[in-house]
Design a protein around this ligand. Sequence first.
Ligand SMILES: [Zn+2]
Ligand SMILES: [Zn+2]
Ligand SMILES: [Zn+2]
Ligand SMILES: [Zn+2]
Ligand SMILES: [Zn+2]
Length: 290
Amino acid sequence: MKTIRSFLTLAMALSILSGCSPAHEHTWTEATCTKPKTCSECGETEGEPLGHDWKEATCLTLKTCKRCGQTEGRALGHDVREYKVTLEPTCVDPGKEEGYCSRCEKTVWQMIEATGEHSYGEWTVTKEASCTERGKQEKECTLCGKKVTEDIPQLAHVDDNEWVIVTAASATSAGKKATHCELCGREMQTETFELSMEEKNAIRKAESYLSFMAFSRKGLIEQLEFEGFSTESSTMAVDALNVDWNKQAALKAKSYLDMMSFSRAGLIDQLLYEGFTRDQAEYGVSEAGY
Ligand SMILES: [Zn+2]
Ligand SMILES: [Zn+2]
Ligand SMILES: [Zn+2]
Ligand SMILES: [Zn+2]
Ligand SMILES: [Zn+2]
């Protein structure tokens, strides 16, 4: 009796420890790669998880479990000793290269990226630069036609360093002289100038002669020299007046005809003697009615 009691007590204690009533039939869920065989009712487990059943990675596929499909790592990629270019890439189109993969034993290919490097021809000037405006030039990719344009810097003005009288000085006002840009003609350096006392007086004298008598350029200069003005002052004064010498020749011709008779040729000779050029003399004689 004592032994039976002890046995029952032991059985009861065991059943309390296992958490199951002795009558419970386990409902097993089969083991998977990562979980052991498990009772879906009480959670009791038996044995170990199965562990993955790996299929090794290939050139194109990853290491994969044949049972649950889990993957690990990366595909190996082809094992090609040497690729040969079968299509050269251009600036815009990708190329292609081929090789033999010793792992999967196939001829395989891969793309070569477009180079992005255009093959430009020579620059063509589409607009010349000047000293007043920038120019333009362009070049074109011989492969894809892409155009690049660029400004050509404006040219510097070129000073001709030749002083030219822009506004003549007179007996009463200052003159202006300037140098100019050889290319566009704009004024570069400017200076004002006053005439000397002698030059001013030479101008006044020339004006007063012209007010009562006609003169050729040469004749008027000689007249001023006769008055004691230097050749330079005389020439400057006569040129400063902007005289119409053709008109002077005509006036001279008329004044001769008023005084006496002349043949046409004789009158021309007289005007030549007075210092007119042949053109001026012929013009003057014609204007006077010959
Ligand atoms: Zn159970
Ligand atoms: Zn698995
Ligand atoms: Zn391969
Ligand atoms: Zn291109
Ligand atoms: Zn210029």
